[in-house]
Design a protein. Structure first.
Length: 220
């Protein structure tokens, strides 16, 4: 296991605790209602849409890990290095899908999601996705709009700024983010990060849980 994952394990406890705190903070129900809200398996369109953002290349297997995430969420920030390591380890085998789920308690999370989606429309989803998490500690939890900061990130990763500005301010991009939120809400997602592995809710408590579950799925 890489050094990156070992470091991430040191914050695994905070990762789990933060998830619980975010569930409370978000003001949502403690549990999803049973029945129609439950995922209908790996083919459930609420998990992966045609325009869902795939990180890297689509895997050769049928194994798909979906994450509903919030770029301002500390637990998502703790999960980020684990997911990056998994993407490297299972590159070409597993498909990793990111779904936007900005929480209402985070002042700039919806803005961050729009910035990432705007970058994605210029083929630079991963660059902005990574920039958000790698700088999260410097901008997270601030109670003032950070549109200008996110625009600086867009400049740094080499986006066409006229297009970025138009996309960032557009109803189309805002609606695209909210479609992910609607899917997550319909599935019963209450906090972030929330993972689904092959259509089933997956609740890891350590980095090793990811490897174990993915290896089991690949061997089925």
């Amino acid at each position: 296991m890489s050094t990156q994952v070992r470091v991430a394990l040191l914050i695994a406890g905070a990762f789990v605790i933060a998830i619980g705190g975010l569930l409370f903070w978000a003001g949502r129900d403690d549990a999803a209602e049973p029945g129609s809200d439950a995922p209908g398996g790996a083919a459930d369109p609420r998990l992966v849409r045609e325009d869902s953002r795939i990180m890297g290349e689509e895997g050769s297997s049928d194994v798909v890990l979906v994450e509903f995430l919030d770029f301002e969420c500390e637990a998502c920030g703790a999960a980020y290095p684990i997911i990056e390591d998994l993407r490297e380890e299972y590159a070409g085998e597993v498909t990793f899908v990111a779904r936007y789920f900005p929480l209402p308690g985070h002042f700039n999370s919806e803005r961050a999601a729009r910035a990432v989606e705007s970058a994605a429309r210029q083929g630079k989803f991963e660059e902005m996705y990574q920039r958000m998490f790698e700088t999260q500690s410097s901008w997270g939890e601030q109670q003032e709009p950070l549109d200008d900061l996110f625009r600086e990130y867009a400049v740094e990763i080499g986006l066409d700024m006229d297009q970025y500005d138009a996309d960032y301010a557009s109803d189309e991009v805002a609606d695209r983010v909210q479609r992910d939120v609607a899917d997550g809400t319909d599935l019963g997602v209450q906090g972030t990060p929330t993972f689904y592995l092959n259509g089933e809710l997956f609740e890891p408590t350590s980095a090793e849980d990811f490897n174990t579950a993915i290896d089991d799925a690949l061997n089925q």
